[in-house]
Design a protein around this ligand. Structure first.
Ligand SMILES: *[C@@H]1O[C@H](CO)[C@@H](O)[C@H](O)[C@H]1NC(C)=O
Ligand SMILES: *[C@@H]1O[C@H](CO)[C@@H](O)[C@H](O)[C@H]1NC(C)=O
Ligand SMILES: [Zn+2]
Length: 466
């Protein structure tokens, strides 16, 4: 009897302790925030009393933004400088204004919302992502990192926080390559890509509409000198991007927050082979030089060289393999393959590219086909997150009592390019089954709120401490 009573007492007290932690959340964060920010407790303006994310409003904004789409719900299609993109941009600027941020845009339509700190001349702490959406995709990719960033500002403001370094929310133009074939267009330019600034004045889309005309129709490119977009070296002391994981790891492991330590970067290669072709019956095997088989052999060589790297982080894909003329009774006279290879280690990835090139040459010799083309279309270097940002993200997650793990981003993001201009970090949140770039893409309001809290505390720390 007595032991049962004791057990009951123990359970009750456990329950009470549990409740206490719940109710006391605000005070817990307040006191720890004092240590966290390193600010003297005597300065009440620097205390963060709670992290009150308005999940309802944030979800409504995500839902409303998804209606600015060229395809029917639940899918989202929002292409650079389209009417829906322009309306969506207005929506973002309006939200930034309502959060009290001062809004500025550059020549390609990167949008900046700034909260001036007490040290306005010091490099600012920036955060942001994109809102363009590939055809028939979902409503969370990128969006969580823009609307979530504005909500993080609201959270900090509601908590009475006053930034030391200024805070800036950035909406990047055209992270997706849909219209002009250039991914991360806005952040690439911010990072100072001279070749892109030049190319943009010559670029047209599939409908032969020039980038310049499209940008002007959306209200940009008044200044046709796109090097005006380049960031000054001292613009930002840090950049943090909140994003859905776009993979299944966090959900599978039941972890709330992913702390990204590196972003893998792709290289893409186009290869073409040419042979004599001929009749599938008349030309005997020893007389053939089959361009299709050369492509098939190269596809297998890509797999072999990727596996030889010995790291799971090296990947390679042949996503396009075309043969000409493409008839069952005709030996392929031309073939075209496109290869995507990625790694977080640039040297290792470039070794794969070299080996693939060697294979292409030796296959063409052995099979007597011409190597018509071996073109490295792009070869972006991968990026590592900065320890200062990793530490800020980690201690934010710890303070909030959220489970977290370090991980690698295998998709690439505007952060890859921002890393060239500022110490960078990324916060991942789980998404349903890892789905992305399709209508089923989903992240729960609870998971988004956790990401926003971690982002808010990370920004606060970087604004005050670094
Ligand atoms: C913060 O809140 C105050 C009071 O509601 C508001 O006037 C201000 O615009 C908000 N935003 C910023 C960035 O100060
Ligand atoms: C694209 O537009 C340019 C300029 O208007 C024109 O000179 C060119 O012929 C067009 N090309 C095609 C393929 O329509
Ligand atoms: Zn994205």
């Amino acid at each position: 009897m007595a032991s049962r009573f004791l057990l009951l007492l123990l359970l009750l007290s456990l329950l009470l302790i549990g409740n206490c932690i719940e109710e006391d959340e605000t005070t817990t964060i307040k006191t720890t925030m004092e240590q966290f920010s390193g600010y003297p407790a005597a300065d009440p303006s620097q205390e963060i009393h709670s992290i009150p994310v308005d999940s309802l409003a944030l979800q409504q904004q995500i839902d409303e933004l998804s209606t600015f789409s060229d395809s029917a719900a639940p899918s989202v299609t929002r292409i650079l400088y389209s009417d829906n993109d322009v309306v969506a941009r207005r929506f973002i600027k309006n939200l930034m204004g309502r959060a009290g941020l001062s809004v500025r845009e550059d020549a390609v339509g990167n949008i900046f919302g700034r909260w001036e700190g007490s040290e306005p001349d010091a490099p600012a702490v920036s955060t942001g992502s994109h809102i363009d959406a590939i055809p028939y995709s979902g409503k969370y990719d990128g969006v969580v990192g823009v609307l979530g960033a504005i909500e993080a500002i609201n959270v900090l403001n509601r908590s009475g926080f006053k930034p030391k370094r200024s805070l800036e929310v950035i909406m990047f133009t055209s992270e997706e390559p849909t219209r002009y074939g250039i991914s991360c267009l806005g952040s690439r330019l911010l990072a100072g890509s001279v070749s892109l600034a030049k190319a943009l004045t010559q670029t047209v889309d599939n409908a032969n509409i020039s980038f310049l005309d499209a940008a002007k129709s959306a209200g940009y490119a008044e200044n046709e000198d796109f090097s005006s977009v380049f960031l000054d070296e001292k613009s930002y002391s840090a950049f943090v991007e909140l994003h859905i994981e776009q993979g299944p790891i966090l959900e599978n492991e039941g972890i709330s927050i992913g702390i990204v330590t590196a972003i893998a970067a792709p290289a893409s290669i186009k290869v073409g082979f040419g042979g004599n072709g001929g009749h599938a019956g008349a030309v005997l095997m020893p007389q053939r030089n089959d361009a299709g088989l050369a492509a098939a052999e190269l596809a297998l060589a890509v797999e072999k060289h990727v596996l030889e790297s010995g790291s799971v982080d090296t990947v390679g894909t042949v996503g396009i393999l075309e043969v000409h003329p493409g008839a069952i009774n005709s030996i392929p006279s031309r073939s075209h393959i496109e290869i995507d290879t990625r790694d977080i280690d640039e040297k290792r990835r470039n070794t794969v590219i070299e080996k693939v090139h060697e294979s292409a040459v030796s296959i063409s010799k052995r099979r007597g086909v011409d190597l018509l083309e071996f073109k490295i279309v792009n070869q972006d270097p991968p990026a590592l997150s900065d320890d200062s940002v990793i530490n800020a993200m980690e201690s934010a997650a710890q303070l909030l009592g959220l489970s977290h793990k370090k991980m690698i981003s295998r998709a690439y993001h505007d952060s890859l390019f921002m890393a060239r201009k500022a110490p960078m970090g990324m916060i991942f949140i789980p998404c349903y089954k890892g789905y992305s770039h399709k209508p089923e893409e989903y992240a729960s309001p609870e998971d988004i709120a956790k990401g926003v809290k971690v982002l808010a505390l990370t920004l606060a720390k970087l604004s005050i401490n670094s």
